[in-house]
Design a protein around this ligand. Structure first.
Ligand code: IVH
Length: 754
C-alpha cells in the first residue's frame, strides 16, 4: 500500500514539475506542491526500501567530486554546418535536391523541421528502462565529461520517462541553457552578495553545469531542450518531427517553436518570422536549425566527419563585435540625467553599423572600467541601444584616458551634481537648462504643481519649439493673440487658458516649491519644506546643513562606536597610563577591541580629552550619521535642493516667476529665526516616544544645545522610561527633569510646571 501511495505521489509530482518547468503552466500553487513533496519525503523516510534514484526527491544527493569522469559517446556528437546568408542557405538546399535527385518542383515541397538554435551547451542524456542513468557533455564529440549528478538537478529534465512505450535505451541530445529571467535573477543575487556576475546567459549556463558540487548546480536556473537523439533501441520511424513528438510525450522538453516547413521558401519564411520574434523569446538563440524531416532522406545523405549533410544552422548576424572607444561624450536627458555615451570606431554588429554605445551612468563606467582608447566588445540586441559588454584590458594602450564626469552641464553650463552613493549624475540647471525645458514646464503646469488647466504636453511642445516658452516665467507673458494663432487653438480655448493661467498665480508655498521641479522633491517633501521655511528667500538661502545635520566622527562606524563603549563599560577602571590626552587614541588602538580599527581608535582619541568623557558619550555622537531636519530630506535630497538653489540662474528664474505675480498666503513656519530654546542645554535619557536623534535635531533647530552627560551647566534633563544614572546625577545636582509633555509646553512657550 505504501509503495502504491509513493508511486502515486511521484506521478503527481512529476506531472506538476512538467507543467511548471516545461509548459510554464502550473496547475497548483507552490505551497500545495511543497506539501506533496513533504508527503513523499515522509513516506520514503518511513520506508527506506521505497526510495528510488528516479524519485523527484532525489535530484540533489551526490557529494562534490574531485573531477569529472570521462564518458565515451556510443554515437559521436557531431556539429552543424553554418549558413551565414540567404545565398548560403539556398546553396544548402540545392545540395540537398541534387543529393536526393529531386526535380525543382519536388525540391520545393521537401519537408524540413525548423527550430531555434539555442545558445547553450550540448549534452547527451541516457535513459535505460525509462530511468535517467547518465548525462555527458559533448567534449570533443567522441569523449565528453560525466555530468550526470549536475543534469539530475535541472528541473525540466525528467529522472524517469512518462508512460511505458519508451525503448530500453534512449539517448536524448539537446541544449542546456539559461533563460533571460533566470540569468538576471542569478546575476542580481551574485551582485547582492558582492560576487562576480556572468557576462551572458551562455557563460552562466556553462559555469553552472560544470560544477564539481551538484548542490551548487541545483541553485542555478538551468533549462534543457531536446533537439535529437543518439543511441536508440528502437526504429525512429519515418519523420524527425514525429520522433521528437514521441520524445516529448515521454516528458522530455522539446522546443515550442519546433515546426515542419516545406522547401527553401518555407525555411526562409521561418527564419524571417523567428528573427522578428527573437527578442521576445526569453532566451538567447543564435540562429535557426533546419533538418530534413524524412529520416530516409537523412540516411541517404549521411554525414561528413564533422556534420550531417541533411542539416544546417542558418545563423543570425553576430550581435557582438570588437571595436575601440574614440571618446566619451555626455548627453543631458529631459530629466537632467547626465549620461555618458561612448563614441566608437564604426563597426558592423547584427547587420547595422554601430558608432555609439550608451554607458548608462558613471557607476557603469567605473564598474566596467571603460577608458578612452580601450578595445571593447559592443553588443546590439534588437532595437535596443548598443552597449559595451566588456573591456579587453590586455589591449589597453598606454595612453588610455579615464572617463571624467564633467563638472558643468554640457548643455547649459550649470553644475553637475552626483550625490555620494548615487549612480546617476544630474544637471542642476533645472528651470534654465534647454535639455530639460519641456519636461520642467510640463511639470510646472501640472495639476499637483501650478495646475494650469489646458497647458498640456502637446501645447508645451509647440510653444517651446516656436521659442515662445524658454522658462516657466514665460507662461505668464503669453498673450491671448499668441495662443490663438497656434495649431488646434481657437479664440475660446486661448481665452480659457489665459484665465486658467491667471488663476494659477494664487497658489500655496508648498505647490510653488513642488512646481520648481527640484530633483527628488515630491509633494510631501515640498510641503515639509514649506512648513519649515517662512518664505522663498530663506529657502533659497538654505544650504545642506539646514536640511540635514551630520554628527559623529568621520571614520567611525556604528559597530566601532558600540564596541568601544561596551568595552569601556565592562572595564570601568581601565585608563591609559599618563595624562597626555594625545595618548588616548594610541591607548584605545592598543586595546585591539574587535571591530575597532586603528584609524577609528585614533579619531576617537582626538575627539575626547579623557577616557571618562568618552565613557559618558552617546553612541550616536561617536559614529558618522546624519539626521534630517526636514521630514523626508536625507543627504541625497539635501544635496539636490541646495544644489538647485546654489545656481544663480535658478534663483533668477524664481525671481522672474515671483515678479509675474505668483503669490501665496504668508505664514510663519517654525522658521530658523524662531529659536525659543536658544542658550539652553539639554541632556536626553531613557526611552522616549520618538527616536532620540529626531528629538535632538528638533531641540537643536530651536536653538538648544544637546550634550551627552549631565553637569551643573545642564538646564534640563529630558527623561523617558527606564532612565538610569543620568536621572540620578540630575537629581543630585538639582537639574530640572522634564518629560515629553513638558518639553512640548516649553517649546510652545507655556510654563513648564517643574
Ligand atoms: S542539431 C546532428 N539542433 O549547435 C546535429 N543543434 O553548432 C547535431 N544547437 O552542438 C546538432 N540548438 O550544441 C541542433 N536545435 C538545434 C540546436 C543545436 C543548438 C547547438 C548544439 C550543436 C551546435 C552546433
Amino acid at each position: 500500500q505504501a509503495r502504491e501511495q509513493a508511486e502515486r505521489l511521484r506521478d503527481e509530482i512529476r506531472r506538476h514539475n512538467y507543467r511548471y518547468y516545461v509548459l510554464d503552466d502550473p496547475e497548483i500553487p507552490d505551497s500545495e506542491y511543497d506539501l506533496l513533496i513533504e508527503a513523499l519525503k515522509d513516506l520514503e523516510a518511513a520506508h527506506p526500501d521505497l526510495a528510488t534514484p528516479d524519485s523527484p526527491t532525489q535530484r540533489v544527493g551526490a557529494e562534490p567530486r574531485p573531477d569529472f569522469a570521462q564518458v565515451r559517446h556510443r554515437l559521436p556528437m557531431i556539429s552543424l554546418d553554418n549558413a551565414m546568408s540567404d545565398v548560403e542557405l539556398a546553396e544548402f538546399h540545392r545540395r540537398i535536391a541534387t543529393g536526393l535527385g529531386l526535380s525543382r518542383e519536388s525540391a520545393a515541397g521537401v519537408p524540413y523541421t525548423a527550430e531555434p538554435k539555442l545558445d547553450g551547451l550540448a549534452v547527451s542524456i541516457r535513459y535505460e528502462d525509462g530511468s535517467l542513468v547518465q548525462a555527458a557533455t559533448r567534449g570533443d564529440g567522441t569523449t565528453g565529461e560525466d555530468i550526470t549528478q549536475n543534469v539530475r538537478t535541472i528541473p525540466s529534465v525528467p529522472l524517469r520517462l512518462l508512460g511505458s512505450d519508451w525503448p530500453a535505451v534512449l539517448e536524448v541530445r539537446g541544449e542546456v541553457y539559461m533563460t533571460h529571467l533566470g540569468f538576471e535573477r542569478l546575476n542580481a543575487e551574485a551582485a547582492a552578495r558582492g560576487d562576480k556576475t556572468f557576462a551572458n546567459p551562455r557563460n552562466a549556463a556553462a559555469g553552472s553545469l560544470r560544477q564539481l558540487d551538484p548542490r551548487i548546480t541545483a541553485t542555478r536556473p538551468l533549462a534543457f531542450c531536446c533537439y535529437g537523439w543518439g543511441e536508440l533501441s528502437l526504429d525512429p520511424g519515418e519523420s524527425q518531427l514525429a520522433m521528437l513528438k514521441r520524445i516529448a510525450d515521454w516528458r522530455v522538453p522539446v522546443s515550442r517553436e519546433l515546426k515542419r516547413v516545406l522547401g527553401l521558401a518555407g525555411c526562409q519564411g521561418y527564419f524571417q518570422d523567428l528573427g522578428a520574434r527573437r527578442d521576445g523569446l526569453g532566451y538567447d538563440i543564435d540562429g535557426v536549425v533546419f533538418k530534413l524531416d524524412r529520416i530516409s532522406d537523412q540516411v541517404a545523405l549521411g554525414a561528413t566527419a564533422h556534420h550531417p549533410r541533411w542539416a544546417i544552422a542558418r545563423k543570425f548576424p553576430a550581435q557582438e563585435a570588437l571595436t575601440t572607444v574614440e571618446s566619451v561624450e555626455f548627453q543631458v536627458g529631459r530629466t537632467g540625467a547626465v549620461t555618458p555615451v561612448a563614441r566608437l570606431k564604426p563597426v558592423h554588429v547584427g547587420g547595422v553599423t554601430v558608432s555609439n554605445a550608451t554607458l548608462h551612468n558613471m557607476d557603469e563606467v567605473e564598474r566596467k572600467d571603460v577608458r578612452i582608447g580601450d578595445t571593447v566588445y559592443v553588443r546590439r540586441a534588437g532595437d535596443v541601444i548598443p552597449e559595451i559588454v566588456r573591456v579587453l584590458p590586455e589591449r589597453r594602450p598606454a595612453d588610455a584616458r579615464p572617463v571624467a564626469l564633467p563638472a558643468q552641464c554640457p548643455v547649459c553650463g550649470s553644475d553637475v551634481i552626483r550625490p555620494a552613493g548615487e549612480a546617476v549624475a544630474r544637471c542642476s540647471g533645472g528651470l534654465y537648462c534647454p535639455a530639460q525645458r519641456k519636461e520642467e514646464i510640463r511639470h510646472f503646469a501640472s495639476r499637483k504643481a501650478m495646475d494650469i488647466e489646458g497647458l498640456g504636453e502637446k501645447l508645451i511642445d509647440q510653444l517651446v519649439d516656436l521659442g515662445l516658452l524658454r522658462e516657466p516665467a514665460d507662461i505668464y507673458r503669453l498673450t491671448q493673440e499668441q495662443l490663438a494663432g497656434l495649431e488646434r487653438m481657437g479664440e475660446k480655448s486661448a481665452a480659457n487658458l489665459i484665465e486658467a493661467r491667471e488663476r494659477s498665480k494664487e497658489t500655496s508655498f508648498a505647490r510653488f516649491i513642488y512646481a520648481l521641479g527640484i530633483r527628488e522633491v515630491g509633494e510631501a517633501t515640498a510641503a515639509a519644506l514649506a512648513a519649515r521655511f517662512d518664505g522663498i528667500e530663506s529657502l533659497m538661502a538654505a544650504r545642506e546643513p539646514d536640511f540635514v545635520r551630520t554628527r559623529g566622527l568621520r571614520g567611525v562606524g556604528p559597530k566601532a562606536a558600540q564596541s568601544v563603549l561596551a568595552w569601556l563599560e565592562e572595564h570601568r577602571d581601565a585608563r591609559p597610563e599618563g595624562t597626555d590626552p594625545a595618548d588616548l587614541g594610541e591607548w584605545l588602538a592598543s586595546l585591539r577591541i574587535p571591530g575597532v580599527s586603528r584609524p577609528a581608535a585614533l579619531a576617537l582619541g582626538q575627539a575626547f580629552r579623557a577616557v571618562d568623557e568618552l565613557r559618558g558619550a552617546e553612541p550616536a555622537d561617536l559614529y558618522a550619521n546624519t539626521t534630517s531636519l526636514v521630514e523626508g530630506v536625507g543627504p541625497v535630497v539635501a544635496a539636490h535642493i541646495a544644489g538647485f538653489f546654489a545656481q544663480a540662474h535658478n534663483r533668477e528664474a524664481i525671481a522672474r516667476l515671483i515678479e509675474s505675480g505668483i503669490r501665496w498666503p504668508a505664514h510663519s513656519a517654525a522658521a530658523p529665526s524662531v529659536r525659543p530654546l536658544a542658550g539652553k542645554t539639554f541632556v536626553i535619557t531613557g526611552t522616549l516616544s520618538r527616536p532620540r536623534d529626531a528629538i535632538k535635531a528638533q531641540l537643536e533647530s530651536l536653538g538648544a544645545k544637546v550634550t551627552g552627560s549631565v553637569s551643573k551647566n545642564t538646564h534640563y534633563l529630558l527623561a523617558g522610561e527606564e532612565a538610569g544614572s543620568k536621572l540620578e546625577t540630575a537629581r543630585t545636582l538639582g537639574v530640572p527633569v522634564i518629560g515629553e509633555l513638558e518639553l512640548a509646553a516649553l517649546i510652545s512657550g507655556a510654563p513648564t510646571g517643574s
